[in-house]
Design a protein around this ligand. Structure first.
Ligand SMILES: NC(=O)CC[C@H](N)C(=O)O
Length: 366
């Protein structure tokens, strides 16, 4: 069945439909990961987006729910060169096509994804629609121009209730802006007790849980749309060690008085090189973000840049110079992607340990 991918700038790509047959609209982005499509499809940070996979064959090891990063996908559509009709893996329970049908997500294949990606790189992130072959492109373009995606995104993906995962180690409160499951898994692996709380939870409510540390999770959309998190972070800063990932990093920067901006086409993939400012060491990272912190606005915030993206020089890591808090723009929990930066979770637990010692010493001497 022929379908069209129509972009906001009027470009039309004709391909073959798969997955759901309904019409979909969203912000079109591209990701360069060669594997890990299941984790990408189910990462809540992609809420409201149509994802183009630049790797030409997607779906060859099928779909299994164990690899999901959330209970269901929040993406609006999938664009591939080719999808695998006969997946081969003992863990697979569905094909990519069956998965997209199950969750009512349209897909389009046989698209020149290199040409499409060049377009997105040249013009920047665009709005797009996947629709049937008879739809009138000019009507679709008009409708796209009037649309705004990722509105209220965090509220759509954050947990509605607190959830506690037992553990004998440090107690970490994870503020859920659309957290990937693997962040929780990394904490559980380190014996942490984890309490996942909704994104509107106040600092007072968080402190009442008596955590040893607070994590600010990844999540979809523009950080400036999550204004309720700013006073929460400001009140926690200095009282409790903080670690932020991706959206959590951006919100932390805003709370400290810095600004964020939208990147032209974002960073999405599993092979983004990031360099430490202090040591010069480069690690490969998994990334999925469309916004970044503006380095020009760091003056007077108490923040220093700890890491930078080697591809475009944008900020990838921040630390507070006075309080125990650090954040990264990339994904140390990987899934999908390299595990080079996984030790950041240990670094966070070390920071908690040091903070506890300082607090105890202070209590003894006062
Ligand atoms: N993965 C994330 O947390 C993404 C953060 C934010 N929504 C962005 O696109 O920049």
């Amino acid at each position: 069945m022929k379908r069209q991918l129509i972009l906001e700038d009027g470009s039309v790509f004709v391909g073959e439909g798969f997955g759901s047959e309904h019409v979909t609209e969203g912000e079109i982005v591209f990701t360069t990961g060669m594997t890990g499509y299941q984790e990408t499809l189910t990462d809540p940070s992609f809420y409201g987006q149509i994802v183009t996979f630049t790797y030409p064959l997607i779906g060859n090891y099928g779909i299994n729910e164990d690899d999901f990063e959330a209970t269901c996908p929040y993406i609006k559509g999938v664009v591939v060169k080719e999808w695998a009709n006969f997946p081969s893996n003992w863990r697979s329970s569905l094909s990519l096509d069956e998965f997209l049908k199950k969750y009512n997500i349209p897909g389009i294949s046989s698209i020149d994804t290199r040409k499409l990606t060049r377009k997105i790189r040249e013009f920047g992130t665009l709005k797009a629609a996947i629709c049937d072959e008879h739809s009138d492109p000019s009507e679709i373009v008009e409708s796209l121009k009037a649309r705004q995606f990722q509105i209220d995104a965090v509220a759509q993906v954050s947990t509605k209730v607190c959830e506690e995962i037992a553990g004998s180690g440090k107690h970490i409160v994870l503020v859920d802006f659309g957290a990937k499951k693997n962040i929780v898994a990394e904490l559980v692996k380190r014996n942490c007790k984890v309490t996942i709380v909704p994104f509107q939870t106040s600092a007072t409510e968080i402190l009442a849980l008596k955590p040893d540390g607070v994590m600010l999770s990844n999540g979809p959309g523009n950080p400036k749309d999550v204004s309720c998190a700013i006073p929460m972070i400001q009140s926690l800063l200095g009282k409790i060690p903080l670690f932020g990932i991706c959206l959590g990093h951006q919100l932390f920067a805003l709370a400290c008085g810095a600004d964020t901006f939208k990147l032209k086409f974002g960073h999405r993939g599993a092979n983004h090189p990031v360099q430490s400012v202090e040591t010069g060491k480069t690690v490969m990272t998994a990334q999925n973000h469309g916004y970044a912190v503006n380095e020009q606005t760091l003056k007077g915030t108490g923040l220093i840049v700890t890491e930078r993206a080697l591809n475009d020089g944008t900020i990838e890591g921040l630390a507070h110079t006075v309080y125990p808090a650090f954040t990264v723009q990339y994904h140390p929990e990987a899934s999908p992607g390299p595990h080079d930066s996984n030790p950041l979770f240990d670094q966070f637990l070390y920071l908690i340990e040091e903070h506890t010692k300082e607090e105890t010493n202070y209590a003894k001497t006062h």
